[in-house]
Write a protein that binds this ligand. Structure first.
Ligand SMILES: Nc1nc2c(c(=O)[nH]1)N[C@H]1C(S)=C(S)[C@@H](COP(=O)(O)OP(=O)(O)OC[C@H]3O[C@@H](n4cnc5c(=O)[nH]c(N)nc54)[C@H](O)[C@@H]3O)O[C@H]1N2
Ligand SMILES: Nc1nc2c(c(=O)[nH]1)N[C@H]1C(S)=C(S)[C@@H](COP(=O)(O)OP(=O)(O)OC[C@H]3O[C@@H](n4cnc5c(=O)[nH]c(N)nc54)[C@H](O)[C@@H]3O)O[C@H]1N2
Ligand SMILES: [Mo]
Length: 770
């Protein structure tokens, strides 16, 4: 293990470092040769969809796209290491709990279904059928199906997800907490009323044609590395790229493509962003509004001078609603207030407005830096307002691009993982499958945890993911999980959620996407939907990590059969669906018109694109128009509320953004470096502005505790972090997730979306004593 150090990084993102780190990962996972072969099948026509992220690829093309972090995700799944019954026999759960997450996942792939045994505090092997029977007994014993919650993490393919929601609805609840509740939920809430669909409107072809890109709050160099290829091409052909980010992320500044011999040899790389804006945490809302204000002012000037209008009047008149009210609302905002809330000068807002006005084809992208805030929904709608002003939605080279996280998080939602299903969808389910699905709204992630704490959720089933670590208010979440009668996790690798368990607990090991899924003697593929609504097939190529693994669809069918008996209308045996996944896809096609002829269309090379009406200027909103929305600056910013609540220590309060290091995939830690940010051999670091440290009598290199400030009296503390002086706006600090989740209050959520405000948590820094 390398000695911890802090050493600033000044080279481009990508480059030789990326190649070297892939090689290190393959060796770490014990698979240098198999791993290299596996990597070559990622996103290939007959290979698997990369489980790394949801960024689309070139039609599952035949050229290999190099991606360091995709390679890490693939290598982590193809690892040689195994967690066997012998492993569990030699460790009590209490012993395992004392280990860190990096160590837990490092033990490798789970091989057998396991059941918790309280007498020995160990997991013991259990036969699949016995495990299913145990789940069935628990579920049938509940007095009310709403006492069970069914979590989904976004790696699950469409087939498993569809079957899962069908079973759960037949069982009788809409309790579908989903990783997207913590992720792009504000996008899914913000977009439908304004453009008629909760998804992005652009394709990769639009990226090829855009002349201006506005990148809000996302770090593609780490989290969507293949996107850097698109940005590099755009920069090379002279497009203007504007990054709006709390931090100067290396990948947004300069990128050397490992597939470009020139860039690799010169060590130079391509400059990406022509403009870089660093708002204060949560300042994007005011920043975008300021940009809009200048756009409107310049347009008014142009008209007054008799010059051509700068707004797309024809588009606004024909396609939109609410412009007049919106413009009046923007007019009332004062520059002083916008500057203070944004942490960006008026001059810079005007400069970016001018860039926007020069653009003929503008794309706006956004990630977690936008969604994980109290005002996330309003911020996204403000970005839409900006785009509508010049008709930048629904024509080539322009549009909205929320950059999703998990590789099938969008698809899971599309096929029915939704705690607030529409009436139309439920009607269709009722008709196709001939049963009465529950109509009550179900629980999302945060509400599930509250319900657990109140004793109203007794059975928790997790289809992938790491609920105990990914969620807010860690000690409270753990208390909630521990009061359950039964917790079940379908997983590929050991993680902490398996150790923070209910009275009964099961770990059900499943195939990963890189593995061959054989059912009834035939190789099965699963389908996924990427961030740009492209649906395609994924076939694993590796032998399963253990002969005892089952596929996710098979596990769902097993649970459903054991719980419901032979009750499914249409086909009375759940296993029938699993014999041939085409049958599940036919059921999906019967349920959703947009999946008509699913099996035929998905076998086209590259798959097919689901309908995205706003990309053709068809607005499926209540008034059949795109809508401008008014959102005034909040009377009191979240940070000011926290300062007031902190009383005499108010002036000391900082806002914490919890972010991903380069060596992690959400709660999975691949390594202890965050190379581009200059952090090596450690994760417990907190990035802070030097002046903020000085003002608090703190110094870089000291160790601190991060302490929560919230309106309730619950003590929240994350201990022992190294202070790193960093180029970050004053008042803002950043540290890695999931270590900091203990600081995120359960009720700190995005208005209207319920997403934990993981990017804006009010905290104090306390020097550690001793
Ligand atoms: N290798 C790898 N790939 C991943 C993941 C992973 O963990 N590892 N996770 C996957 C998932 S599920 C997701 S959702 C995505 C996440 O991908 P991102 O959306 O890139 O997520 P984060 O790393 O959380 O941080 C986002 C960025 O927001 C910036 N930021 C923080 N606060 C603010 C703010 O208030 N305003 C602005 N403008 N910027 C801010 C941070 O500096 C950071 O650059 O990636 C997916 N891909
Ligand atoms: N503070 C803070 N909290 C956050 C965030 C943040 O930025 N800050 N980000 C949030 C976001 S955007 C998200 S999406 C969530 C992520 O939350 P989750 O999706 O719950 O978490 P992951 O870490 O992605 O889940 C990892 C586990 O999934 C299992 N797994 C991996 N592949 C498979 C598979 O193919 N099938 C099955 N069944 N299991 C598999 C493995 O056992 C692994 O341990 O976290 C959220 N939490
Ligand atoms: Mo995510």
């Amino acid at each position: 293990m390398p000695a911890p150090k802090i050493a600033p990084y000044d080279r481009p993102a990508g480059g030789w470092g990326a190649l070297k780190n892939v090689a290190i990962q393959l060796v770490t996972q014990g698979i240098p040769l198999k791993g290299a072969r596996t990597l070559l099948s990622a996103n290939q026509p007959s290979g698997f969809d990369c489980p790394g992220c949801a960024w689309p690829d070139r039609e599952h093309a035949s050229t290999f796209e190099f991606c360091e972090n995709g390679a890490k995700a693939v290598a982590a799944e193809a690892t040689k290491r195994r967690v066997t019954p012998e492993f569990f026999a030699s460790h009590t759960v209490s012993e395992l709990l004392a280990l860190d997450d990096y160590t837990l996942e490092g033990y490798g792939r789970l091989t057998h279904p396991m059941r918790y045994d309280a007498a020995t505090d160990r997991y013991l092997p259990i036969a699949w059928d016995a495990a299913f029977a145990m789940i069935g007994e628990h579920l049938r014993a509940l007095p009310d199906p709403d006492q069970a919650a069914f979590y989904t993490s976004g790696r699950t393919g469409n087939e498993a997800a569809f079957l899962y929601q069908l079973f759960v609805r037949q069982y009788g609840t809409n309790n579908f907490p989903d990783c997207s509740n913590m992720c792009h939920e504000p996008t899914s809430v913000a977009l439908p009323p304004v453009v008629g669909l909760g998804k992005g409107t652009v394709t990769l072809e639009d990226f090829e044609q855009a002349d201006t890109l506005l990148l809000f709050g996302q770090n593609p160099g780490t989290n969507h590395p293949r996107m850097l290829g698109e940005l590099r091409e755009a920069a090379k052909r002279g497009a203007t790229i504007v990054s709006i980010n709390l931090l100067h992320e290396r990948g947004l500044e300069r990128f050397a493509d490992p597939q470009s011999p020139g860039e690799m040899l010169s060590m130079g790389g391509t400059a990406i962003s022509g403009h870089y804006v660093t708002p204060a945490i949560g300042g994007d809302f005011a920043f975008v509004k300021g940009v809009i204000k200048h756009v409107l002012e310049r347009d008014a000037d142009a008209r007054a001078n008799g010059d051509a209008a700068l707004l797309d009047d024809a588009f606004i008149a024909e396609h939109t609603h609410g412009f007049e009210d919106f413009a009046a609302d923007v007019h009332t905002e004062r520059w002083d207030d916008l500057e203070r809330a944004a942490g960006v000068s008026r001059a810079q807002m005007c400069q970016i407005a001018d860039v926007y006005l020069r653009g003929e084809r503008v794309i706006a992208t956004w990630g977690m830096g936008i969604t994980q805030h109290k005002h996330a929904v309003a911020t996204i709608q403000m970005i839409v307002n900006l785009m509508l002003l010049r008709g930048n939605i629904g024509r080539s080279g322009a549009g909205l691009c929320p950059v999703r996280g998990h590789s099938n998080v969008q698809g899971d939602r599309t096929v029915g993982i939704n705690e607030k299903p529409s009436a139309a969808f439920l009607d269709r389910i009722a008709k196709v499958f001939d049963f009465a699905p529950p109509r009550r709204e179900g629980l999302g992630v945060v509400d599930t945890i509250s319900a657990m704490l109140a004793g109203r959720i007794k059975v928790f089933i997790g289809m992938g993911g790491n609920f105990a670590m990914a969620t807010p208010d860690t000690p409270r979440t753990w208390a909630g999980l521990r009061q359950c009668d039964l917790t079940v996790h379908v997983a590929t690798k050991l993680n902490r959620s398996h150790l923070v368990h209910g009275r009964d607990a099961l770990i059900l090991p499943c195939l990963g996407r890189t593995e061959i899924d054989m059912q009834h003697g035939t190789v099965q593929g699963v389908t996924v939907e990427d961030s740009m609504s492209m649906v395609h097939m994924s076939y694993g190529i590796n032998a399963p990590a253990s002969e005892h693994l089952r596929s996710e669809p098979a596990i769902v069918a097993g649970i459903a059969q054991a719980t419901m008996g032979r009750a499914l209308a249409g086909h009375d045996d759940w296993h029938w669906y699993v014999e041939d996944y085409d049958r599940i896809r036919d059921a999906i096609a019967a349920t959703f018109d947009e999946f008509a002829e699913f099996n035929r269309r998905v076998r086209h090379p590259g798959g097919f694109r689901l309908p995205v009406p706003p990309s053709a200027r068809q607005w499926r909103t209540a008034n059949a128009r795109a809508n401008f929305t008014c959102h005034p600056l909040p009377a009191e910013l979240p940070i000011d509320v926290a300062r007031r609540q902190a009383g005499e220590r108010g002036a000391q309060v900082l806002q914490l953004a919890t972010i991903r290091s380069h060596d992690q995939y959400n709660t999975t830690i691949y390594g202890l470096n965050d190379r581009y940010r200059g952090v090596f051999g450690q994760r417990r670091v907190v990035f802070a502005n030097r002046e903020d440290l000085d003002a608090r009598g703190l110094r870089a290199g000291e160790r601190v505790d991060i302490v929560g400030v919230w309106h309730d009296s619950i003590a929240r503390r994350a201990e022992d972090f190294l202070l790193v002086a960093y180029d970050i706006p004053r008042g803002s600090i950043a540290a890695y997730y999931p270590e900091t989740n203990a600081l995120v209050p359960l009720d700190a959520i995005a208005d209207g979306a319920g997403t934990p405000t993981s990017k804006s948590i009010p905290v104090l820094l306390e020097q550690r004593v001793g």
